[in-house]
Design a protein around this ligand. Structure first.
Ligand code: UGA
Length: 437
């Protein structure tokens, strides 16, 4: 059994660590945040992710948490790098954390080691990290590098890792390939072996393709609104074609999260840097920026001013199943509502503590959907939480002062809404206007 260390305990690092531990590997998780390490060692899971706390607990004997990278990397056979690569101001990926970890590995490793980059990194990064490792390596220590991109989604991260659609392994030496193949044999999923640059590219190309698919459907949705077609019917009709597939065809108020916005910009930047313009990705980014403001534009049709209006907001996170707010449409829309003088009453099952850190007093946080809707003149739906989708639409009529519902995630059936005295305007579908002016 290989001795494994993992740098970074975010979504990628921690989920990878726990899933490897569940397959019997002994894994040491390294993080710079001493409080986080202490909490994990005491059995606390630092991220909201279905199934992760249970798995972490079940396999605690295979998991060690530490800030002491020297002892973790000293005799590791394999070190995974799973730290963040956030977006820089110009759109390129910030590789500072990856480089710092690589330097720490180089200064600590006392035996030969395969370094596996799981973080999403621009094409060519593995090569430059290998050069850094070799340059700083202690005498006699040989490093090999492998690119092993991550395809997990937040909210389903454990399932996505244990039952991955594919495992991509980019290597340049037979030994590194063998080590990674040995490790992933236990997962029983299809393995795609490639060279390193192709593995790096597979990650960006996959994420950007999905982002493009969403932006494409959002444009079709906008055209559906103009022409009178229904985007959900359109998506249903398209999705039966196996060449298209029925996933990621849901129109809405744009993609958010820590990956698609960052990865589209990073690939676009990389192309520009190499004197090439990725026109499709550029368009996907532009469409997404506009789409995020779609509900605000719609709101103008129903009220000329937001000043003093009581507004309900359902959903703060970038998607259901996570408490993550990164690039969530709520973060672009709510400040505008507040600046326009509206009073905002927000509900989210798990996103409120994080939102409160950014806006402690500016809005009212509600424990129930009913409380948020009570007395509201306008309701914005930003996240399709199951609790929202399960609502009896009559609740809008019962609770709101004037039931004008702007749904950015197409949570409700048009027929159900049609029967009620409401305004219901969603994405890519006909608007229902059953309220007397
Ligand atoms: C995404 C990818 O799906 C993962 O495969 C990848 O590993 C991950 O990024 C990453 O690079 O780490 P994630 O950001 O967690 O995962 O979330 P997604 O489920 O892909 O959703 C992203 C955004 O697209 C959300 O805002 C969601 O609301 C939006 N979306 C998704 C749509 O607007 N329409 C759809 O049909 C699907």
């Amino acid at each position: 059994m290989y001795k494994i260390a993992i740098a970074g305990t975010g979504y990628v690092g921690l989920v990878t660590a726990v899933c490897l531990a569940s397959k019997g590997f002994s894994v040491t998780c390294v993080d710079v945040d001493a409080d986080k390490v202490k909490a994990m060692a005491a059995g606390h899971c630092p991220i909201y992710e279905e199934g992760l706390p249970e798995l972490m607990k079940e396999h605690r004997n295979n998991l060690t948490y530490t800030t002491d990278y020297r002892s973790a990397y000293k005799d590791a056979d394999v070190v995974y790098i799973g730290v963040g690569t956030p977006e820089k101001k110009d759109g390129s990926a910030n590789l500072d954390y990856v480089r710092t970890v690589a330097e720490q590995i180089a200064e600590s490793a006392e035996k030969d080691c395969v370094v596996v980059i799981k973080s999403t990194v621009p094409i060519g990064t593995n090569q430059s990290i290998l050069a850094l490792l070799q340059e700083k390596a202690a005498k006699g220590v040989t490093f090999e590098i492998a690119s092993n991109p991550e395809f997990l989604s937040q909210g389903t991260a454990v399932k996505d890792t244990l039952h991955a659609s594919r495992i991509v392994i980019g290597t340049q030496t037979p030994h590194a390939r063998k080590v990674l193949t040995d490790i992933y044999e236990a997962f029983g999923q299809p393995i795609v072996n490639t060279d390193i640059k192709s593995a790096e590219m597979i990650k960006y190309a996959s994420n950007d393709f999905l982002a493009l698919k969403i932006s494409y459907m959002n444009e079709i949705a906008n055209l559906c609104e103009i022409t009178g077609a229904d985007v959900q019917d359109v998506a249903r009709g398209m999705g039966y074609d196996p060449r298209i597939g029925n996933k990621f065809l849901a129109a809405g108020i744009g993609y958010g999260g820590s990956c698609f916005p960052k990865d589209t910009k990073a690939l676009h930047w990389l192309a520009n840097f190499n004197d090439y313009e990725l026109k499709t990705i550029k368009a996907a980014i532009e469409v997404n920026e506009n789409q995020k403001l779609k509900l605000l534009k719609k709101s103008r049709k129903y009220c000329s001013s937001l000043q003093g209006k009581r507004i309900a907001v359902l959903g703060l996170t970038f998607k259901p199943g996570t408490d993550d707010l990164r690039d969530a449409p709520s973060l672009q829309n709510i400040p505008y509502l507040l600046e326009s003088g509206a009073e905002v009453f927000a509900w989210d099952p798990v996103g409120i503590p994080n939102f409160k850190k950014l806006y402690p007093n500016e809005l009212q946080y509600c424990e129930t959907i009913e409380e948020a809707l009570h007395g509201a003149e306008l309701c914005f739906i930003f996240t399709e939480w199951p609790q929202v989708k399960a609502l009896d639409p009559a609740v809008f009529v019962r609770q709101m002062a004037s039931p004008v519902i702007l749904d950015g995630r197409n949570c409700f059936d048009l027929k159900a809404m049609e029967a009620l005295p409401v305004v219901y305007d969603s994405i890519g579908r006909r608007a229902i206007r059953n309220l007397a002016k």
